[in-house]
Design a protein. Structure first.
Length: 221
């Protein structure tokens, strides 16, 4: 399934949770059929797609974590509201981890959220928008999402016109779709969140303790 502007606009009529499950059920079997006998190469991992990667942390950090997430995914929201703050303070801000966040929308509403983050501005504003959308996920992943989405966007400096313009930007939508499709076809991503920690895949949300176990071996070597 290719997410298009027509599909994305229909998000206003979707009941967030039920719609996401319906769409995911249709999409994931196709993605899951891609066989990956081994973990992807570093070259494949670092070639994210047509859109600029959104990155936090030092380029020479000993650990690189790539996350593929969907903005309507409750497991992604839980990770970002409960674990990510520790990841950032303990590892990213101290130069130990380089963090790359990539979009993997599971439904049109998630694509809309990703588009707004892309339109917010540079990396700092992008991550601030991602944080706000995850923090307030229950408020906008609803049957009528456009009004609460606009309210969140206005807090980030959007106007009604810039909000509408962003959601009408087919180039951004196509870029996000290509990032998603490439992750599914080349990297074997078929669920969210999916992490690559120095190239090793980790599927599903993590606790702080699990995150520590994945990162610490690279810091001791």
């Amino acid at each position: 399934m290719r997410i298009t502007r027509r599909h994305m606009c229909s998000a206003a009529a979707l009941a967030g949770g039920a719609a996401a499950l319906t769409l995911s059920a249709a999409i994931l079997p196709m993605w899951s059929s891609v066989a990956h006998a081994q973990e992807p190469s570093n070259e494949d991992l670092m070639a994210g797609g047509p859109l600029d990667d959104k990155v936090e942390g030092r380029a020479d950090a000993p650990v690189t974590i790539i996350e593929y997430a969907s903005m309507t995914c409750p497991h992604c929201a839980k990770f970002h509201t409960t674990v990510y703050p520790t990841l950032k303070s303990r590892y990213i801000d101290t130069g130990k981890v380089r963090f790359i966040f990539r979009e993997f929308p599971l439904d049109p509403l998630a694509a809309a959220g990703s588009m707004l983050a892309r339109c917010a501005g540079g990396d700092d504003k992008y991550f601030a928008m991602i944080d706000a959308l995850f923090q307030q996920q229950k408020e906008w992943v609803v049957q009528k999402p456009l009004e609460p989405l606009l309210a969140i966007a206005k807090q980030a400096g959007f106007t009604q016109d810039s909000f509408n313009s962003c959601l009408a930007d087919q180039k951004i939508l196509d870029g996000i779709e290509q990032v998603r499709r490439r992750a599914a076809e080349k990297l074997g991503v078929n669920s969210t969140p999916t992490f690559f920690v120095n190239g090793k895949v980790q599927r599903g949300e993590m606790t702080v303790e699990e995150l520590d176990k994945l990162i610490q071996p690279y810091l001791k070597s």
